[in-house]
Write a protein that binds this ligand. Structure first.
Ligand code: ZN
Ligand code: FE
Length: 243
């Protein structure tokens, strides 16, 4: 479809929640469940009046913590990678290449290991957007809790190969800190201008998510690494970076 509406809202300390609606059918999904209370409040505020589906990206509690309560209150179906079962209820296990429909909106499941081994992202090709969880952030990428640098490098490059126009909905607002790290590696004037726009947006209290494949190809220091070894060095440096 070309008729997906996205409502993005801040919750927990730095997560974003996403409530999405397929306008052709009125069906509603939550992408990850950082906070059941906040998601229920957003359903109320939206006037959408239902929750049909949860799409989990990975098992971490700030992505699955609301599954149980939302299922109990709405009867929604919960879809995600098998690893979600470590933390929360799950109805349907998805693997790389699977398709998940929300009414008329088609999501492709893309296995994207690195942050966790089973992490998936949900890409709506026709709508030119994706929900990328903790794989790629604006100017950043997820920490390597379970996977290898090579796995994360491959995951990032699969995303980077999508059209530049693709909108990327990241699960955290880490962009100001990521921009300080990017500036430590990249002295181009356009990098400085991009970072300054981010700092200004944050001072105004505005989100810097979503981003796009084109913006991240130009500025994300992890996508700009020369190869997997350079990526690994940058990821390790970011872990220690006091910006
Ligand atoms: Zn995570
Ligand atoms: Fe997270």
């Amino acid at each position: 479809s070309m008729t997906l509406t996205v409502r993005q809202f801040a919750c927990l300390s730095d997560n974003y929640g996403f409530l999405i609606r397929d306008e052709a059918t009125g069906m509603v999904a939550a992408v990850d469940t950082p906070d059941a209370e906040a998601i229920l409040a957003e359903i109320e505020a939206s006037g959408w009046g239902r929750l049909d589906l949860i799409l989990n990206t990975h098992w971490h509690p700030d992505h699955t913590g609301g599954n149980e309560r939302l299922k109990a209150e709405t009867g929604c179906e919960i879809v995600g990678p098998d690893e979600v079962r470590r933390a929360a209820p799950l109805d349907r296990v998805v693997v790389d290449g699977d398709v998940v429909m929300l009414g008329g909106t088609r999501f492709e499941v893309v296995l994207s290991p690195g942050h966790t081994l089973g992490h998936v992202v949900y890409r709506a090709v026709e709508d030119d957007l994706a929900f990328v969880g903790d794989v790629i952030f604006a100017l950043g990428c997820g920490r390597l809790f379970e996977g290898s640098p090579e796995q994360m490098w491959d995951s990032l490059n699969r995303i980077a190969a999508w059209p530049e126009t693709t909108t990327l909905y990241c699960a955290h607002e880490y962009t100001a800190s990521n921009a300080r790290f990017a500036l430590s590696l990249d002295e181009r004037p356009e990098m400085l201008a991009h970072a300054q726009a981010i700092f200004a947006a944050r001072e105004r209290g505005e989100p810097t998510v979503p981003t796009s494949v084109g913006v991240e190809r130009r500025f994300n220091p992890f996508l700009r690494a020369a190869d997997a070894a350079a990526f690994a060095a940058r990821r390790a440096a970011k872990d220690d970076f006091k910006g």
